[in-house]
Design a protein around this ligand. Structure first.
Ligand code: MIC
Ligand code: SF4
Length: 643
């Protein structure tokens, strides 16, 4: 029986467990990446592990999220991360060099390798044929130390692409179509593997747009084969040496199949407030807009920018619209500057932002109140833009650029004939903003620079015999990590300071949560389905841990968040019978007796609702290793106990 590409790469990296779907496997990690908003915590955790030098083939730290520097905090974090990198063997991509996923694809990604990153959009690397997975900072720290990364052996979905995209229909429309069909929960426990005749019509950056936003499906990752298109891209980046051809066997067996005829796709938009709320321009109708933002790790490649420049050429941004453009990397920005496209954008009235995440994570450019904003980004969760009632639509760069000129949501096919946009034979390669580490022999000479905002992170105590705690919060379905631990210009600078950032925990849902949880001392959170979807930020587990949350009971969890809860030593349970969700109210006192004894004996955990005088069963879906971690009080305690 043939193998899928996913199985081939996983199998080649398998260090623990068996390749049986649904069971836990440990894989060797070749490369890691971090970004600054999750990186400070990841490197504090790495330091706590006491490993001298990273044991991966390549580890890179990027500074791209917190580049606003409206106080000393971010600059301090950058210096801290830079000094840790120098000492411990990590490459340091300086602020200004670009968004982690875009730069990693350009400069480090390699077919057949494994990559984990402390950012949920790490699967962007799947565009170049690698198994690239988003993870919590602690998992990345362990991988840097040479430890395996554990995942549930995934199901593999064949996404069979046929045909060719019509003019002005974009790679963004491909992934929006997949989201429209499968929803934000559709990829949980699965890898989306793209194959079929249509694959070769897509460039590497286009493939990366698709794998990037596979994160919004909740998928473990997404991957494209490595073929001549990959080879050409790597050659243009001066890295042809890392190219290897890779694809699934012809007789590979998949768990599911999705067929997409690229020729039939039309321009689409994800409407507020979910990436799967996808509609065509006709379905949305005439929509007057206030803002357009082009950029982010989804759509900031050179080819995206060249299309935007073509559309803007000789025109002026509509008087009622603000257009911002953030090219994804220094390489992209530099090439736009040299080929004149940047001048076209400036001339049209675009507001050029630095090569960083920027508005995507609410670092500036929040829309006006009730403002309608078209963005080429990947997430449009409520409040993420920094404007609570902002109405965010996710669209392709082509649709964004044309709409910026017309002032309303416009179908880019109205542009008529499309010229051919071709990838350059050679990109401008200058890695002068990537600092290599010092030699191992000199590591003791490097001083670690710690600013006053960098506070120790909370570590759970070993599990108590009995959890007897009140429900401090009850929330509904599809709660994102942007609800649990919001970001944005005010809060993001506090990522290295858990006591301070926890003041904003769940503030989007309930501003009184922080004080209530603190005064309760210990508590339990009740959630609906797909709880914790979105980012990989472990702050969404560490802040609740700091506030005394002992367990979270939901209808279902998103993958990375559930792993982060276990890493933090918080018990993640799901209702055996979803109806039990309805019988619990905020303030109820819940008791789980003999917790460890119960979960060592079975997946089914008995929970008493003392207030209501009822009892229900919750399920713990965890491997033996994870149960050990929960008993020890999280990954760090577990690692210490076992070293
Ligand atoms: C995001 O897009 O939500 C982020 C900000 O990149 C996060 C990481 C973070 O919260 O720091 C992610 O995707 O994991
Ligand atoms: Fe940055 Fe946005 Fe990409 Fe997250 S999704 S890495 S915030 S650009």
């Amino acid at each position: 029986m043939g193998l899928t590409l996913t199985e081939k790469i996983l199998q080649a990296h398998l260090v623990d467990g068996k390749m049986e779907k649904g069971s836990e496997i440990g894989i060797r990690i070749d490369q890691t990446l971090t970004q600054d908003a999750t990186g400070t915590m990841a490197y504090l955790e790495f330091e706590a592990m006491g490993v001298d030098r990273v044991k991966t083939e390549r580890s890179v730290a990027y500074i791209d999220h917190n580049t606003l520097q409206s106080g000393f905090e971010n600059a301090d974090d950058h210096r801290f991360i830079g000094s840790v990198c120098k000492k411990h063997g990590i490459y340091f991509s300086r602020p200004g060099n670009g968004i982690c996923h875009q730069v990693h694809l350009e400069r480090f990604g390699a077919p057949g390798k494994t990559l984990i990153g402390s950012d949920s959009h790490t699967p962007t690397g799947g565009g170049i044929g690698m198994i690239a997975i988003g993870a919590g900072g602690m998992d990345v720290a362990v991988a840097m130390g040479g430890g395996a990364y554990y995942i549930t052996c995934p199901k593999v979905v064949k996404v069979n692409l046929s045909g060719k995209l019509k003019p002005w229909v974009s790679a963004k429309d491909v992934i929006l179509e997949v989201l429209r069909r499968l929803s934000v929960k559709g990829g949980v426990g699965k890898v989306m593997e793209y194959c079929g005749e249509g694959v070769k019509t897509l460039s590497v950056p286009e493939r990366a747009t698709i794998t990037n936003m596979g994160a919004e499906l909740g998928a473990t990752t997404s991957i494209f084969p490595s073929d001549e298109v990959t080879q050409k891209f790597l050659k243009a980046q001066g890295r042809e040496d890392v190219y290897i051809p890779l694809s699934a066997d012809d007789d590979a067996v998949y768990d599911e199949q999705v067929d997409i005829n690229l020729s039939e796709l039309v321009p689409l938009a994800a409407c507020p407030h979910s990436p799967d709320n996808v509609k065509s321009v006709e379905e949305i109708g005439r929509l007057k807009i206030d803002q357009v933002c082009i950029g982010s790790c989804t759509n900031s490649s050179l080819m995206d920018m060249m299309k935007v420049a073509y559309i803007l050429k000789g025109k002026t941004v509509h008087p009622d619209v603000s257009l911002s453009i953030a090219p994804g990397s220094k390489q992209v920005l530099n090439m736009l500057a040299q080929n004149g496209a940047l001048a076209i954008m400036i001339d049209a009235g675009a507001r050029i932002l630095e090569s960083a995440c920027g508005p995507c994570i609410g670092m500036g450019q929040s829309p006006n109140s009730k403002g309608i904003s078209l963005r080429t980004f990947n997430r449009n969760f409520e409040g993420r833009s920094g404007t609570k009632d902002g109405q965010i639509y996710l669209v392709s760069p082509e649709m964004a650029a044309l709409s910026a000129l017309t002032g309303y949501l416009s179908d880019p096919r109205e542009l008529g004939e499309m010229p051919e946009f071709t990838m350059p034979e050679e990109f401008i390669v200058n890695d002068n903003m990537i600092e290599p580490p010092v030699d191992a022999a000199d590591m003791d000479k490097v001083e670690i620079l710690r600013g006053p905002n960098i506070k120790p992170f909370p570590v759970a105590e070993a599990l108590a015999d009995t959890i007897d705690a009140g429900v401090s919060l009850k929330v509904g379905d599809n709660i994102t990590t942007d609800h649990i631990m919001p970001a944005g210009a005010k809060i993001l600078p506090l990522r290295s300071n858990i006591p301070k950032i926890s003041e904003y925990c769940f503030a989007v849902c309930d501003e009184t949560f922080h004080d209530r949880a603190l005064s309760m001392g210990k508590s339990i959170i009740i959630g609906g389905s797909n709880y914790g979807q979105g980012s990989s930020r472990e702050h969404a587990a560490l802040a609740p841990l700091y506030l005394g949350v002992k367990a979270v009971i939901t209808k279902s969890f998103a993958r990375i968040h559930m792993a982060n809860l276990i890493n933090a030593g918080i018990l993640p349970l799901t209702f055996e019978n979803e109806k039990d969700y309805d019988s619990i109210d905020q303030g109820d006192e819940l008791v789980i007796e003999n917790v460890e004894k119960q979960f060592r004996a079975s997946d089914r955990i008995k929970v008493l609702n003392k207030t209501k005088g009822t009892e229900f069963t919750a399920i713990l879906t965890a491997s033996d290793r994870q149960r050990d971690m929960l008993a020890a009080g999280g990954l760090l305690n577990y690692t210490k106990n076992n070293s």
